[in-house]
Write a protein that binds this ligand. Structure first.
Ligand code: GDP
Ligand code: GDP
Length: 449
């Protein structure tokens, strides 16, 4: 499970997205490609020294910086706004500066915001790979952020040192607030503003009075709401965040996105609400990908079904097109709902419970090995430069989200397509609907160690 949020902050062009891509890596890129989401990725999960955490490229959360050609004033305001969001919602902030360009006024403004935020801040001097280019490393100290770590995001130099510092500054894993009731189902309701999250929440709770009102103006008030469903406690995580509107005036959207990451961390299953009438947008798919990548179960709620006209409602291809937007996540359930009219509401918690159960399935080791041996026989892996992947043994790791560890002769021989094939064979028997399955290949030596 990822735990902890790290935000990459800095003025445009210092190398945030380059570093982001380096940290969140190849696997995610492949997944995104499958989902047709190569552009504008903003958050990913990474792992360092056994700690999994979320990395956010803050540049991506302000679309005004990507669109058109924003003026300088807009850029500066946007950069500062990102720093504020980061300091509010992240556990650790990494400010990037360009050592070849030296420190600018905007760098300084960002540093001031971060310094005042009371969160750990790490200063990274990027583009430091060349000893021949002029260097302004000495200027970095004037930001008042302490010792900088010099890196090259492009080449990868010393990014490990940076990650060491990040991991040291993260709060202990799993240190999330709120006692957990045994066997409770923890749900996060996420989605863009205005799709009907708080309406859904209210409808699920039954009556608005049951909710605790958050205090206005504070940001860290995490209020959960617990409802009972078929004798099970269902915790609706961070209901304060769902109901809060317009806290950071124009940036509600970015705000709610960061808040959603927080809520996801503490949940088992995400209810992703989309507007059925407006259709699925790229951001919905991003968030869905993120949720399953973070090891959460996912249920898509196509809300406002009452607004969809009769003709499209009766047209199977319309529903299919909604479903297809998420087909990069095998078996993700999609429910057509009207929070306003109460349509299909009963199925929401039932489906969430089913997904949670599916996610918790433990495959007996013997059954897993038989299944995989059959899969290898039915469709052997292709030779790669004369060598062939050999499976020695497989086991399901004892993690909350399904992770299959394959002990093989050489992990490099497990190609993506073959991993997918094995995954599909496992899914055909054990389901795991609406959950990302991780397939990890290890060399035999790892097992003996
Ligand atoms: P962002 O606007 O902060 O996200 O910056 P980008 O990641 O888009 O990088 C801006 C430019 O700097 C791109 O042309 C990158 O290739 C380049 N860049 C990023 N990191 C490095 C680095 O470590 N060394 C060098 N030489 N160039 C870099
Ligand atoms: P949130 O920003 O995602 O929490 O969205 P809200 O729950 O505040 O809803 C935004 C607007 O959509 C409000 O005006 C709701 O009344 C409306 N709305 C929510 N659910 C439905 C629905 O199922 N059908 C219709 N027609 N409107 C809805």
């Amino acid at each position: 499970m990822p735990s902890g949020i790290v935000a990459l902050v800095g003025r445009p062009n210092v190398g945030k997205s380059t570093l982001f891509n380096r940290l969140t890596g190849q696997r995610q890129a492949i997944v995104d490609e499958l989902a047709g989401l190569t552009r504008d990725r903003l958050y990913g999960v990474t792992e360092w020294r056994g700690r999994r955490f979320t990395v956010i490229d803050t540049a991506g959360i302000d679309p005004s910086l990507i669109r058109d050609d924003p003026g300088l004033a807009v850029l500066a305001a946007g950069t500062q706004q990102q720093a504020r969001l980061a300091i509010e919602e992240a556990d650790v902030c990494v400010q990037l500066v360009d050592v070849r360009a030296g420190i600018t006024a905007l760098d300084q403004e960002v540093a001031t915001i971060l310094r005042r935020g009371g969160k750990p801040v790490i200063l990274a001097g990027n583009k430091a790979e060349s000893t021949r280019d002029p260097h302004y490393a000495h200027e970095l100290y004037c930001l008042g952020l302490g010792e900088p770590t010099m890196i090259s995001a492009l080449v990868g130099t010393d990014t490990g040192d940076l990650l060491d510092r990040v991991v040291d500054d993260l709060p202990p894993a799993g240190n999330t607030n709120g006692a957990v009731i045994a066997d409770e189902l923890r749900l996060a309701i996420i989605g863009k503003p205005n799709v009907g999250k708080s309406s859904l929440l209210n409808a699920l709770v039954g009556e608005e009075r049951a909710l605790v009102s958050p205090l206005a103006g504070t940001t860290r008030d995490t209020v959960d709401t617990i409802v009972r469903h078929r004798d099970r406690a269902v915790r609706l995580v961070d209901t304060a965040g769902i109901r809060r509107r317009g806290v950071i005036d124009t940036n509600v959207e970015h705000y709610s996105l960061l808040r959603a990451f927080r809520a996801l961390e503490r949940s088992d299953v995400a209810l992703l609400v989309v507007d059925a009438n407006e259709g699925v947008v790229a951001q919905d798919r991003h968030v869905a990908g993120y949720a399953v990548d973070a090891g959460k179960g996912l249920v898509v709620i196509a809300n406002k079904w009452d607004l969809v006209d009769q003709e499209r409602r009766a047209d199977p291809s319309f529903l299919k097109s909604l479903q297809e937007a998420f087909d990069f996540i095998p078996g993700v359930p999609l429910l057509t709902v009207s929070a306003l009219e109460g349509r299909n509401l009963r199925r929401v918690l039932d489906t969430a419970a089913t997904v949670a159960t599916a996610r918790a399935v433990r495959i007996p080791t013997a059954a897993l090995n038989t299944l995989l041996r059959d899969a290898f026989l039915a469709h052997p892996p292709r030779n790669d430069k004369g060598r062939q992947l050999k499976l020695l043994y497989a086991t399901q790791a004892s993690t909350p989200a399904p992770t299959i560890v394959l002990f093989v002769n050489d992990p490099d021989l497990l190609h993506f397509a073959y991993g997918r094939y094995l995954e599909n064979r496992i899914r055909a028997v054990f389901g795991f609907a609406g959950t990302r399955m991780r397939m990890v290949a290890r060399a035999r030596a790892d097992r003996e160690r």
